[in-house]
Structure formats: C-alpha cells, structure tokens
Design a protein around this ligand. Structure first.
Ligand SMILES: C[S@@+](CC[C@H](N)C(=O)[O-])C[C@H]1O[C@@H](n2cnc3c(N)ncnc32)[C@H](O)[C@@H]1O
Length: 200
C-alpha cells in the first residue's frame, strides 16, 4: 500500500467524487457490447500481445471493459465507487473487482489499462497527471494503455453544460512527449480517442 498520493487533492474531494460516481452508476446501462470492446482493443491497442497475462482495469466503472478482457486475461478491476463495483461483480464471478483507490494498490500486473480515469482530465504537464502516471507505471510489468476521449482543437477545454471549463482535449504531441520520457511509447488518435501505450 502507498499512502502518499491522493489524485483528488483531498479526502473531501475524493469522497465527493465517489458519491457522484455512485449516483451515476445506479442506473447506468453498459455502454458497449463485449464484441465491440474486443474488436476495438484489437484494432487500436497492442493489449492482445499479452493475452494469458494479468491485467488491471484502473477505474473500471461497471466493468464493461474488464468483462471484454476476461476471455484472454486474468483481470482485476478497481474503482472508488462501491455501486460500480457491486454491479461489475454481478456481471462476472471470474474477475476480481476491488472497491478502492487505484493509487492505494500495490502489486504488479502485466497490463495496466485505464480508460477515462478522472485524474487524467488535466494537461499532461500538470504535476498531478505526472504523479498519477508514474504511480500506475509502478504497477505495470509490461504494457500501460491509456485512452481518453479527445478531439481538435487539442489543448483546449471542453465546456460543461453550464458553460464552465471542463476537462482537456488531450494533445497527442504533448502525450507523446511525456510517454516517450518513460520508454517505448506509441500514441495515436482514432475513433475520437487518444490511445497511448508505454511498453516496458
Ligand atoms: C469516466 S469513468 C470511466 C469508467 C470505465 N473505465 C469506462 O471506460 O467505462 C472514470 C472512472 O474512474 C473511477 N476512478 C476515478 N479515480 C479513481 C481512483 N483514484 N481509483 C479508482 N477509481 C477511480 C471513477 O469512479 C469512474 O468509475
């Protein structure tokens, strides 16, 4: 266990985020079919090169992607939302779903996958983004996969419904520069996603 890094800034913010996600996940239906996810992952990532290994789905929500990986991987899914984890666990007994903060996890997984993990909704130069990344890389034995929804103009912020600033449209150049500072990196934009990988 590590106890030094809180991606939410404070215990209060972490609790607020958890409650918001609990609310969201009460009625949310799975977004994608298992076939869609398996096809998407084969097309846009090198994750299947590590089939047969262990995989951590960091911020797994109700487990859509975890379930998509379960045929090829020994999957662990972690999420701060207890509602999400209960619903995810009801979908598969072969996956180990854990309610908790991924930044308090220890261990090593062949693949660490994160899609839309909240802490990355800020520019990659931000120190919290960097600290989160290096924490996740500490859990990664072979391949780190990062996916976020993005679109041009890169570097600007999406607007929330009330017009206030939301998360960043991640810039492939900035993510590439950061990821290359860690190792063998590959970054691409496809299907409105920025997909970044770091191979050890
Ligand atoms: C935008 S959702 C994406 C869910 C899922 N990965 C997907 O693609 O459908 C972000 C998820 O990350 C979870 N999360 C955010 N920070 C976390 C943390 N530090 N540890 C574990 N889960 C976290 C949230 O509870 C939420 O379920």
């Amino acid at each position: 266990m590590t106890d030094s890094f809180n991606a939410f800034g404070s215990a209060e913010e972490a609790e607020r985020a958890r409650l918001n996600y609990d609310r969201k996940y009460k009625d949310l239906e799975p977004e994608y079919s298992v076939d869609y996810i398996r096809d998407w992952v084969r097309r846009y990532t090198s994750l299947m090169d590590y089939a047969g290994g262990t995989l951590l789905d960091a911020g797994c929500g109700i487990g859509d992607w975890s379930v998509g990986f379960a045929r090829e991987f020994d999957v662990t899914g972690v999420d701060i939302s207890g509602v999400a984890i209960e619903r995810a666990q009801a979908r598969s007994s072969s996956i180990n779903f854990i309610k908790g903060d991924v930044f308090n996890l220890s261990g090593s997984y062949d693949v660490v996958f994160c899609r839309g993990l909240s802490v990355f909704n800020r520019p990659p130069k931000n120190s919290i983004f960097r600290e989160a990344l290096s924490n996740l890389l500490n859990l990664t034995a072979k391949l780190f996969v990062y996916c976020v929804w993005t679109e041009e103009p890169y570097g600007e912020r999406y607007k929330k419904g009330d017009g206030s600033d939301g998360w960043y449209k991640q810039d492939p150049k900035a993510i590439t520069a950061l990821f290359e500072s860690y190792g063998d990196a590959r970054v691409r934009v496809a299907n409105n996603y920025l997909i970044g990988e770091i191979r050890w």
